[in-house]
Design a protein around this ligand. Structure first.
Ligand code: PXL
Length: 276
């Protein structure tokens, strides 16, 4: 089995089932050694809670990176999610350059926006910096809102294949090598993933579930990285991650007290099974 040493850089939202509290268990379940660099520590995520605490860990990043370099620590994959500041993005780029193995796979989930809007605290300067990080990535995993901010294309809720092709073209022009565009729906009742790998575009369509949950972007990206590092091609990894994310949404349906995240833990076995 392919056992990889993966570094994931994203925040710890102490409560809320997103970012590191999702990525760490999912990557571990996929059978990988998972190292973490918290970008910030929040009491909860920022979508639906108010009054959350936010400790930015930008200042800690250079010395953590220096220590790893000194110890000869190298990662076969570096996967980034929600980052804590614009300035931090330069440190993350430096971590890409100094702590990856020669064939390190860099995956950037530009976790900064959804439903046509930036998350609280992010601005145009952050978007600009995120563009430069995406240019260094082997795979980017944006949703359509994030792609709109990265490309400057207007965010649309109904569209055709030509509109999606324009996104892919502009993302590629930014320097993104391979693109996994999530939540792409061409017809009612269905949604899916557009995968552009080595210049070849493919689409995995699946049923659109009636309910949605916060944090599924992080579940999706983590499962995608976990599967990709198990030597799946991007389309297979994209399918495995989509099927698992749907299992998580189904597992959460009907529980109105669980509005803040998805119950991804009880269905981890399905993901492990899909990787056998
Ligand atoms: O799921 C993305 C995410 C990650 N981390 C924090 C967030 C969000 C989305 O709102 O607030 C802190």
């Amino acid at each position: 089995m392919s056992y990889k040493k993966i570094l994931t850089i994203q925040d710890i939202s102490c409560v809320g089932q997103c970012s590191l509290t999702v990525a760490l268990p999912i990557l571990s379940a996929c059978g990988h050694e998972t190292c973490v660099l918290p970008s910030a520590v929040l009491s909860t995520h920022t979508a639906g809670f108010s009054g959350y605490t936010f400790r930015d860990l930008t200042e800690d990043m250079p010395s953590i990176c220096d220590h790893w370099v000194k110890e000869g620590i190298r990662f076969s994959c570096i996967y980034t999610g929600y980052l804590g500041s614009t300035r931090q993005i330069d440190h993350v780029a430096h971590i890409f350059d100094t702590t990856g193995t020669a064939d390190c796979v860099k995956v950037v989930d530009p976790a900064m926006a959804d439903n046509g809007k930036l998350y609280p605290g992010f601005d145009e300067a952050f978007v600009e910096a995120m563009k430069s990080l995406c240019a260094k990535a082997d795979y980017v995993v944006p949703n359509l809102t994030e792609s709109s901010f990265l490309t400057g294309l207007p965010y649309e809720t109904t569209y055709d294949e030509a509109y999606i092709d324009a996104h892919l073209e502009k993302l590629t022009a930014l320097g993104c090598k391979n693109v996994i565009l999530t939540g792409i729906s061409y017809r009612e009742g269905y949604t899916g993933i557009v995968v552009l790998e080595n210049g070849v575009k493919r689409y995995y369509e699946h049923q659109m579930l009636p309910n949605s949950c916060h944090g599924t972007g992080d579940i999706y990206a983590s499962a995608f990285v976990g599967a990709l590092m198990r030597d799946k091609d991007a389309l297979s990894a994209a399918k495995i991650a989509a099927d698992y994310t749907m299992d998580c949404i189904r597992a959460t349906a009907g529980d109105s007290t669980h509005w803040y995240g998805a119950k991804f833990e009880p269905v981890l076995g399905n993901l492990i099974q899909a990787l056998r």
